[in-house]
Design a protein around this ligand. Sequence first.
Ligand code: NAP
Length: 276
Amino acid sequence: MSRQDAPTGATRLAAVIGDPVRHSLSPTLHNAAFRHLGLDWTYVALPVPDGSGEAAVEAMRVLGIEGVSVTMPHKEAVARAVDELSPAAARLGAVNCVQRDGDTLIGHNTDGVGFVQSVRSQLDFEPHGRRVAVLGAGGAAIAVIAALVEAGADVAVVNRSSDRAERAVEIAGPNARVGRGADIAEAELVVQATSLGMNATDPLPCDPDALRPGQRLAELIYHPAQTPLLGAALGRGLTGVNGVGMLLYQAGEQFRLWTGEPAPVQVMGEAVGLAL
Ligand code: NAP
């Protein structure tokens, strides 16, 4: 099948559902990959209000949509509505990607594996046997913590609310523990996985004086492109990246699940301004 200039009756449809979703970079990433490989697919953003995630899964069945990316606030609702869950999605109780296999809808979670691929590729950081401090214990943080533990890292979880940190540790398994401020200075990789830094008035997620040259900092936020903490880290001589790499690699994994083709991550990265 070759990609037409405009969709035809044969074009396969993929979409991201979320609220809000109009700002999403996912259509740019996936459509660049479809074009590059000459696949007759197209990808759109569908605003779906809170509370309608399960209905959106039923719509996917009826409309024959081939693949769906899932973002806030639907990840848990979609996990309840699909027919099967991958091991990662089952463990997290959250789905960010739905794959169609005939009439069966399979829920996956590619956030964690995408994050690990991004630090390997962008920071030249192999997690196995390394000390990592993760700031945050929300939905994205838990996916990242579990994937880092699975990749062999020792992870300290530093979060404002101790109950969420404990839940993250319970999900991730024995190589994760609830951490404290001192773990930040001792880590080889610091992961900023709170939502602090998206708004100009946000406090810093940790004391930047805890950071030292030689450490790496992976920020999950990509809008703004440089949070105050990432700026402070770069100013102190750390190597750091924002969350675009994670976004890219989790999308690449979704692309592979849907199409069976390895994702052209270089091309997808260029489409969102990321040189690999
Ligand atoms: P979430 O579930 O709402 O979790 C928010 C986290 O931030 C929690 O750990 C929360 O701590 C902490 N936090 C919020 N306000 C705080 C404050 N005033 N002081 C201290 N801690 C505070 O959000 P999420 O879904 O995990 O997303 C987190 C970030 O990751 C977002 O900015 C999102 O855009 C980004 N993200 C990026 C990607 C990517 O591909 N790059 C993918 C997913 C998410 P408590 O537990 O104490 O409330």
